[in-house]
Ligand binder design. Structure first.
Ligand SMILES: *Cc1c(COP(=O)(O)O)cnc(C)c1O
Length: 382
C-alpha cells in the first residue's frame, strides 16, 4: 500500500532520541528550548512555544488571544476538526466561513460577511500547504480590530510574498504528527513575535503555573503561583530531539514534496477530468497534501467506487475534508447544516488527496498515476 502520507525516519533521528533517553532531562529540559529556538529561527520570529500536539497548540493560541464564552472565531469549513474544537474548548463559537473554489482557502469576502460584534479573531487554515490571502485578511483584521491566527499544520516551510509561514499572522500553529512535514510522534508549536502571547502560552501549557520544575530546580526554590486555569500540554525532550533532527531534513523534505507535485501536475495536464487545485503566483506551496478535483459526473461514475478501486490496488487515497459544518456535533451544538458553505460542499464531492510524502520514490508516484488513469479510462468506457 502506498499511503497518502507517512513519516521519514533515519538513523540520525533514532540516535538523537536515544541520546536524550540517557540524559538527565526527559521533559522540560534543554532539548525543548533548543527545538523552540530552532523553529523560531527557521520561520523568522522572536519566540516559539512547544506543546504536546497541534491541537494543544491551537487550544493554547485561543487562550493566549483571550477567547472566552460567546466569543466568535471565523474559520474555514474545509479543515480538520481541531480547528473548530480549540474554540469550543474555550467556550467560544466557531463561525464556519466558505472557501474559494479554486484553492479551498478561506474566502476574504465571506470573512467580511460573517463578522459580528462578537467576532474576536480569524483562524485561517493554509489548506494543503498553500498560504491564505494574508494581505486581504490583515486589511480586514486591522479595520475590524481582530486577531489573526494561522493554523499552519499543513504549511511548515511555505512562503507568502517571500515570507515564511510562522511569522505572518499574530500567532501560527504547527503540528508534528507523523503525516506532517516533520514529526515528533505527537507534538505541536506556536510561533509569535508578541511577548505577551508567549508568556500566556507558557503558563497555559504548564497547569497555569508561573514557573516550571526545571526553573525552580535551578533557582533552588519551591515557590510558584497558579495564576489561571491551565493544562499539562508539555512535550518531552526526546520528542524535541527528534524534532530537531527532523528540522535539519526539512529543506530536503520540502524539495521532494514540490518535486512530486510537479510530476503529478505534468501527468494530469492533459487529462480533462482531473483538475489539481490552483496555486497562487505569490506563494511557495509546502504540499502537505496533493488534492485533485475529479469530474465524476462527466466520467459517469461515483467517487466511492473509484476510491475503493484505488484502495484495492494499493493506492492510499484520502478525502480532506468533509466540511466541518456538516458533522452532527456542530449541527447539534451550533445549528449548522447544508447550504451554509455551498462552495465547500460542492468541492467536497469532487476532491481526493493523492499520496504525498518525502520517502515516496518515482516508482511510487508513477504507480499512483498509472493506476489512477487506468481506472478512469475503464470508467469512461462503461
Ligand atoms: C493535523 C492537523 C491539526 C491537529 O494536529 P494534531 O497534532 O494531530 O493535534 C489541526 N489542524 C489541521 C489543519 C491539521 O491538519
Amino acid at each position: 500500500m502506498i499511503p497518502y502520507g507517512r513519516q521519514y525516519i533515519d538513523k540520525s533521528d533514532i540516535e538523537a532520541v536515544v541520546e536524550v533517553l540517557q540524559s538527565d532531562w526527559l521533559t522540560t529540559g534543554p532539548k525543548v528550548k533548543e527545538f523552540e529556538e530552532s523553529v523560531a529561527e527557521y520561520v523568522g520570529v522572536k519566540s516559539a512555544v512547544a506543546v504536546s500536539s497541534g491541537t494543544a497548540a491551537l487550544h493554547s493560541a485561543m487562550y493566549a488571544i483571550g477567547i472566552g464564552p460567546g466569543d466568535e472565531v471565523l474559520i474555514p469549513s474545509m479543515t480538520f476538526a481541531a480547528t473548530a474544537n480549540c474554540i469550543v474548548f474555550q467556550g467560544g463559537v466557531p463561525v464556519f466561513v466558505d472557501v474559494e473554489a479554486d484553492t479551498l482557502l478561506i474566502d476574504p469576502v465571506e470573512v467580511e460577511r460573517k463578522i459580528t460584534d462578537r467576532t474576536k479573531a480569524i483562524l485561517a487554515v493554509d489548506y494543503a500547504g498553500q498560504p491564505c490571502d494574508y494581505d486581504r485578511l490583515q486589511e480586514i483584521a486591522d479595520r475590524r480590530n481582530l486577531a489573526i491566527v494561522t493554523d499552519g499544520c499543513h504549511s511548515l516551510g511555505a512562503e507568502y510574498n517571500g515570507r515564511k509561514v510562522g511569522g505572518i499572522a499574530d500567532m501560527t500553529v504547527f503540528s508534528f504528527h507523523p503525516v506532517k512535514h516533520i514529526t515528533t510522534g505527537e507534538g505541536g508549536m506556536v510561533t509569535t513575535d508578541n511577548p505577551e502571547y508567549e508568556k500566556r502560552l507558557r503558563i497555559f501549557r504548564n497547569h497555569g503555573m508561573t514557573s516550571d520544575f526545571r526553573q525552580r530546580e535551578e533557582r533552588g526554590t519551591w515557590y510558584y503561583e497558579i495564576v489561571d486555569l491551565g493544562y499539562n500540554y508539555r512535550i518531552t525532550d526526546f520528542q524535541c530531539a527528534l524534532g530537531l533532527s527532523q528540522l535539519q531534513k526539512l529543506p530536503d523534505f520540502l524539495k521532494r514534496r514540490r518535486n512530486l507535485s510537479e510530476q503529478y501536475e505534468e501527468a494530469f495536464s492533459s487529462v480533462r477530468e482531473i483538475n489539481p487545485l490552483d496555486v497562487k503566483h505569490n506563494v511557495n506551496h509546502a504540499y502537505h497534501l496533493y488534492v485533485i478535483r475529479v469530474d465524476f459526473e462527466s466520467l459517469g461514475c461515483e467517487r466511492a467506487d473509484i476510491f475503493q478501486r484505488l484502495r484495492e490496488k494499493g493506492i492510499g487515497v484520502n478525502v480532506h475534508y468533509i466540511p466541518l459544518h456538516l458533522h452532527s456535533f456542530y449541527q447539534k451544538r451550533f445549528g449548522t447544516g447544508r447550504g451554509l458553505c455551498p462552495v465547500a460542499e460542492e468541492a467536497y464531492e469532487a476532491i481526493m488527496s493523492l499520496p504525498m510524502y518525502p520517502g515516496m520514490n518515482d516508482e511510487d508516484s508513477n504507480e499512483v498515476v498509472t493506476v489512477l488513469l487506468g481506472i478512469l479510462e475503464e470508467s469512461r468506457c462503461r
